[in-house]
Design a protein around this ligand. Structure first.
Ligand code: GUN
Length: 293
């Protein structure tokens, strides 16, 4: 069994990016600039955004955090987005999700200029991804594709089972895995809450990408000998031995499943660090393509 080390791979990629940014700035060019919008004080979102800002520092990027309270109106949020779309010194920006219930997420995503949509959530980027045109890829599936590539995991002709159909992970993951590319060329099955016989479908999988948000969902009896297991789950579960009182748990019963598979990602230290890395890759691309030098 090979443990896929997302933390190490992410550190390598960030070093590669930092070297490229150092070259840019040595030539007198502006460093890439990422802006993050954070609404409210959700613990998970606070941590994610803090980690994104930290990663910007490691890559030599400029970063700006714009905060709004929970009661911000959709109109005010859209006004900020329009300002960022027009700001020549902002290469890319993200609006951290989820948003409060009174705000229509899709309406917000639609207002972000596709050229600055480093999350890859705008329908233009989703469409380009689906037909294989250049675009910003969503961070989590792009990070998983990087791991498959850097660990030379064979994917051509394999049966990949994606558990979960979210717009952020499941759907784009299925799209990338089926793409005529390397990694890619998989036969893909997407399972969700209305799928009967998930266990049986998983037993036929060469690759399982678990993105359900249900801790320990994938058990040993669901996994074929030699399968590749990618765990996207990051649920906080109570842990009285930790100072924080919680720890992250993935969607896979790691202890037992690891014995059976050829490759597996741990939680934490697997997919998570790669997600932020993809955002850095997208921001560097946005900087290079920004017509405002
Ligand atoms: N919430 C959970 N994942 C993401 C992500 O990749 N981007 C944003 N903006 N919000 C998220």
């Amino acid at each position: 069994m090979i443990l896929i080390d997302g933390k190490k791979t992410a550190a390598e990629i960030k070093q590669e990016i930092a070297a490229e940014v150092a070259d840019m700035t040595a030539q007198g060019l502006r460093a890439p600039h990422l802006v993050a919008i954070l609404v409210g004080h959700d613990g998970g979102s606070e941590t994610y955004v803090a980690n994104k800002v930290k990663a910007c520092g490691e890559c030599g990027f400029k970063s700006t955090l714009i905060r709004f309270e929970d009661d911000v109106t959709q109109e005010r949020l859209l006004e900020e987005i329009h300002k960022l779309n027009e700001d020549p010194e902002v290469d890319g920006f993200i609006v951290q999700l989820p948003l409060p219930r009174h705000i229509d997420e899709q309406a917000v995503i639609r207002e972000v200029s596709p050229a600055k949509d480093v999350d890859g959530f705008h329908p233009v980027n989703v469409g380009c991804m689906s037909v294989g045109l250049p675009c910003f890829l969503p961070a989590t599936p792009a990070g998983i594709m990087q791991l498959l590539k850097r660990y030379s995991v064979p994917t051509k002709g394999k049966h990949a089972v994606v558990l979960g159909r979210s717009n952020i992970v499941g759907k784009p993951m299925a799209s990338l895995l089926m793409q005529k590319s390397d990694p890619g060329n998989c036969t893909v099955t997407v399972c969700h809450s209305s799928t009967p016989d998930i266990k049986e479908i998983c037993r036929n999988a060469d690759i399982i990408v678990a993105a359900l948000g249900q801790p320990g969902f994938v058990t040993e009896d669901m996994v074929k000998e030699g399968a590749v297991i990618i765990d996207v789950g990051t649920t906080r579960v109570a842990d009285s031995t930790r100072k924080s009182g919680w720890r992250l748990r993935g969607d896979v019963d790691f202890e037992n499943v690891a014995q059976k598979c050829s490759y597996i990602t741990p939680v934490p230290g697997g997919v998570g660090p790669m997600t932020i890395c993809s955002l850095m890759i997208n921001t560097l691309k946005a900087r290079k393509e920004n017509p405002h030098k």
